[in-house]
Design a protein around this ligand. Structure first.
Ligand code: MF3
Ligand code: CO
Length: 255
């Protein structure tokens, strides 16, 4: 389970998180019309190595790349391929890194050049959904408070909130207990305590919440072909309060 037992361990989580934040920055900078997804994956690998970290996705259950890169109707787990980005695309970028045995995991969705108002709004609202969930990550709250807050944001805008893929505990492994669904009942579920680290990761679809997986066994798409966005941060309840570990070079306190 997810409890972090010492400042030393928190510090390692922070280093892994800083690495993931640096990957995000580099990919955000490089992702432009004409750039291919495998080129972006290469950049991710270089940044992780430069930070003295290891990629956590590569080889995980046989996953063949460093990043998950999920354009347009791909929700999550898109395998970087030769596809070249085009003006008007949206792209979800998911990265994970390990520093001395401790994990960071985070994702964001970006616009490639000018995108439709519909796409821009989806990206904004999905990020808001993530922050609504993150604000519930504090001592004494319950797991259901997180999912309820995330879901409310998505459903208020009429988006399909994906249920088959969920957030998770994180620490010595990328995926630890508990699962953190993007729906729930306030006041229900396990109590949140100091030392817990969780990944909060909503996936919102313009259309229905339903998903399907490509024959490659990884690429998850919206069942109806509509656009999808995904945001994720690694958050821990430290002795000094909740901190986001994947937002920049240092942990950032939650308001
Ligand atoms: N970031 C994803 C998650 O939060 C993990 C990617 S799955 C992998 O669960 F296989 F690509 F590693
Ligand atoms: Co995750």
């Amino acid at each position: 389970m997810i409890t972090i037992k010492s400042r030393r361990e928190m510090e390692k989580m922070a280093r892994a998180g800083a690495c993931v934040a640096a990957v995000h920055e580099a990919v955000r900078e490089a992702a432009k019309p004409g750039v291919s997804l495998v080129e972006l994956d290469r950049i991710g690998a270089e940044v992780i190595e430069k930070h003295g970290c290891k990629p956590s996705f590569l080889g995980y259950l046989g996953y063949p790349a460093v990043l998950c890169l999920s354009p347009n109707d791909v929700i999550v787990h898109g395998i970087p391929n030769d596809y070249r980005l085009r003006e008007g695309d949206i792209l979800s970028v998911d990265a994970g890194a390990i520093y001395e045995g401790f994990h960071g995991d985070a994702a964001f969705t970006m616009a490639i050049g000018e995108v439709s108002p519909e796409a821009r709004k989806l990206i904004e609202v999905t990020e808001q959904g993530m922050w609504a969930g993150i604000r519930q990550v504090r001592k004494g709250n319950r797991l259901g408070d997180i999912g309820a807050a995330v879901h409310e944001v998505g459903s208020a805008h009429g988006y399909g909130v994906v249920e088959e893929y969920v957030g998770h505990g994180i620490g010595r492994a990328m995926h630890e207990e508990p699962q953190v669904p993007n729906y729930g009942e306030p006041g229900k579920g396990i109590k949140l305590r100091v030392g817990m680290a969780l990944c909060i990761e909503p996936m919102f679809n313009v259309g229905s919440r339903h998903t399907r997986v490509d024959p490659d066994g990884w690429t998850v798409r919206t069942a109806d072909g509509s656009l999808s966005a995904h945001f994720e941060h690694t958050v821990a309840i430290t002795p000094d309060g909740p901190m986001v570990f994947t937002a920049g070079p240092e942990p950032v306190p939650v308001d």
